[in-house]
Design a protein around this ligand. Structure first.
Ligand code: SF4
Length: 364
């Protein structure tokens, strides 16, 4: 049985990534079988509970307020709306709901209380609940845990070196600090990244070094292919080749053998054959539903037809980690601290982000 290592070097990971394809696939598939059922793939549903208007400048993101994109923003959804969508997702085979809010960081107050109620509601539907709400403090992570949160997503996005070319409104260390805060609660960690943002192969390897060296490694690692959206600084990026996706998934599987590897954004551009190779290489989760936050995603019926074709079974909830209990708001032992943490704001200039922002001004 392959061991979990936290001391991978960038060179070792690059050597894996660049192996002849058949060697890479064989090694990844072998490790995958040692740790997971190769015929089981988790279906997760991503809900955008608060869309657009984000103050951050992530170069890939159509939800950043500073870029001129076509997405329709909305205020925080009601708990009843979220419950209805979670029930629909459950009926179509999802065992996990991930709720995303376009916030820089979580602030204590009525909106966070509403999110806590959403977490309680979905956990009571016996589904795994994940949130991606931006940077959070230890107290906020513990309050989410108490409500019954199963996982917190906070992607590293790319390597520490390339991060400065993608985002200027916060630093890589802030990401690590949030992950560390989540680890101080009993919530599992979901953290991955995006390929196709103009990074070098060294950056892909660098991101995997950073993720694999976390101890414990994240329980979940989403691998996204950039969906280049008109109006964002990365609108003109070339689409990621399926072979790059397969290599990235296989390498992730090898360096993080126990992790759930999630084939995330960019699936609409992949053929069934391409996705099947990603599953063979160790991907064991997909996101279902016709939208991934704001970008297109395959229809759930198409996915279920693909599962049937490949003989795949949707994973049941809580197969990896037991269901957390839910504490009602009235019984909570944790109080909001009203903290004002000093998250970093490097504010260096990223040329393509500036160009996209200035185009927005011209359109306005
Ligand atoms: S990725 Fe998240 S933090 Fe960055 S701009 Fe988009 S919504 Fe905001």
């Amino acid at each position: 049985m392959s061991e979990v290592r936290h001391d991978w070097s960038k060179e070792e990971i690059l050597a894996i990534y660049n192996k002849p394809m058949m060697e890479l696939l064989y090694e990844a598939a072998t490790i995958h079988r040692e740790h997971h059922d190769p015929n089981t793939v988790q279906v997760s549903t991503l809900l955008s509970i608060k869309t657009g208007g984000c103050p951050e400048d992530c170069g890939y993101c159509p939800q950043a307020a500073r870029y001129h994109t076509d997405i329709e923003g909305n205020d925080l959804m009601k708990v009843s709306q979220v419950k209805a969508q979670a029930l629909r997702a459950k009926a179509s085979g999802s065992s996990r709901v991930c709720m995303g809010a376009a916030w820089r960081n979580v602030k204590d107050g009525p909106e966070f209380d509403q999110v806590l109620e959403m977490v309680r509601t979905i956990n009571k539907l016996d589904m795994e609940v994940c949130c991606t709400l931006g940077m959070i403090t230890e107290n906020q992570a513990k309050r989410l845990a108490e409500a019954g949160l199963y996982a917190y997503n906070h992607n590293l996005d790319t390597s520490e070196d390339y991060y400065k070319d993608v985002i200027s409104t916060r630093a890589f260390e802030d990401r690590l600090e949030t992950i560390d805060n989540v680890r101080k609660s009993n919530v599992t960690v979901c953290s991955g990244g995006i390929i196709g943002m103009g990074e070098q192969l060294e950056d892909r390897a660098g991101m995997l070094v950073a993720l694999a060296s976390l101890n414990p490694q994240p329980e979940s690692v989403p691998i996204n292919a950039l969906v280049a959206v008109e109006g964002t600084p990365m609108a003109e990026m070339e689409p990621v080749s399926i072979w790059d996706m397969i290599r990235m998934v296989a390498t992730t599987r090898i360096v993080m053998p126990e992790t759930q590897v999630r084939l995330s954004a960019g699936r609409t551009e992949m053929s069934r054959e391409g996705q099947a190779m990603c599953f063979f290489a160790g991907a064991n989760s997909i996101f279902a539903g016709d939208k991934l936050l704001t970008t297109p995603n395959p229809d759930v019926n198409e996915d279920m037809a693909m599962f049937k074709l490949l003989g795949l079974n949707p994973q049941k909830p809580f197969e990896k980690v037991a269901q957390p209990s839910t504490t009602e708001a009235a019984d909570s032992e944790l109080t909001p601290l009203g903290e004002k943490p000093k998250w970093t704001r490097p504010a260096h200039k990223i040329e393509r982000n500036e160009i996209a922002k200035n185009k927005t001004k011209l359109v306005e």
